[in-house]
Design a protein around this ligand. Structure first.
Ligand SMILES: Nc1nc2c(ncn2[C@@H]2O[C@H](COP(=O)(O)OP(=O)(O)OP(=O)(O)O)[C@@H](O)[C@H]2O)c(=O)[nH]1
Ligand SMILES: [Zn+2]
Length: 316
């Protein structure tokens, strides 16, 4: 029996669901530690010998273009592999944590995955205005494509109110790409996925049941095709809350925070940490109460906090 190719479309613990190029789906188990796959992986898998059920075996995980993950003191958790984009969905309510947003953005930048930010619930006028204002540094962060270009796309949405318009706006950014959707609880992630993939919740239920032999638990991560031609995908994954960045060194931060990185080359010392050095070009750009700057005081505070967190010796 020769190995066939497939895409991992769901995972729960060590089990996963593999989809073949012609759309057939199978539960598969890894053969060993090396064939442990995550959603988005391309794998080679083997069907079982006749008479031994229909669950397959993953023989090999093909090389990954990227792997999006978070890491805290104890463990590493992979979200998904081979992504084009990460959509971070936050909302006017519940009030979002800027630190969490910054962490998710840094993790994406570190893997070279394009982030897209969406702020939902624009119908909640006042909370939305406050949240939109808090996003100012992200909306205005300078891009590399010359003056006036922006590093991040920030989309206002009202998923429950103007679904059709939002669907069209989102599709412009999602078309032809594999996008991981992340967001805090209550921001509207299920609403978004169900808007773009009608029937997604039913599909999830079926997959969870299959993977857990009938038990009702949720799958950890799932891949959904948005179109019939299977060119546009959304990946739903939990775990926005505890976004550990332990896999990064403190000195990686500046390049993963574009507003800070933009000035880091002008510092007096090549190995400036931008915390206390004289001649630091970054510190010069941080806004104070009396002076507007190009780096918001909050962003610089987040930089300092993360620098300290990532500098702590690992505790095992
Ligand atoms: N006002 C308003 N409410 C919305 C909007 N979109 C979603 N909601 C509501 O926000 C709540 C949370 O939406 P969900 O889609 O369940 O959010 P979720 O992010 O999947 O949340 P969890 O299931 O907790 O992970 C629901 O009560 C939705 O009806 C919106 O555009 N405006
Ligand atoms: Zn500096």
């Amino acid at each position: 029996m020769s190995a066939r190719e497939g895409l991992v479309v769901a995972s729960h613990g060590r089990h996963c669901v593999v989809e073949t190029p012609d759309g057939e789906r199978r539960i598969c188990h890894p053969r060993g530690k090396k064939s442990q796959a995550v959603v988005g992986d391309q794998v080679r898998w083997l069907a079982p010998p006749p008479g031994q059920g229909d669950e397959g075996t993953i023989e090999k995980v093909l090389p990954r273009r990227n792997l999006f993950y978070r890491q805290d003191e104890i463990r590493t958790k992979s979200f998904a592999a081979n992504l084009d984009q990460v959509l971070i969905l936050i909302a006017a309510e519940p009030v979002f944590s800027e630190s969490q947003l910054a962490r998710a953005l840094i993790a994406a930048e570190a893997e070279g995955i394009t982030p897209l930010i969406a702020l939902n619930k624009s119908d909640l006028v006042e909370p939305f205005a406050r949240a939109w204002e808090r996003l100012l540094p992200y909306r205005h962060m300078a891009g590399k494509a010359g003056p006036g270009s922006h590093h991040y796309n920030v989309l206002p949405l009202s998923l429950a109110q103007s679904g059709e318009a939002d669907r069209a706006a989102l599709l412009q950014h999602l078309q032809g790409k594999a996008t991981l959707v992340l967001g805090p609880s209550g921001a509207g992630k299920s609403t978004l996925i169900n808007l773009l993939v009608p029937g997604a919740s039913v599909l999830t239920g079926e997959i969870s049941q299959a993977l857990n032999s009938g038990k009702h638990t949720t799958t950890s991560t799932a891949w959904y095709w948005v179109d019939q031609a299977r060119t546009t995908a959304l990946i739903d994954s939990p775990g926005f809350q505890e976004f550990g960045l332990r896999h990064l060194a403190p000195t990686d931060l500046a390049r993963c925070m574009p507003d800070i990185g933009a000035h880091a080359n002008a510092c007096k010392f090549y190995n400036c940490t931008h915390l206390h050095e004289p001649g630091c070009a970054v510190q010069l750009q941080v806004e104070s109460d009396s002076r507007p700057g190009t780096i918001s005081a909050n962003r610089y505070k987040i930089y300092k906090e993360l620098f300290a967190e990532l500098s702590e010796a690992p505790r095992y």
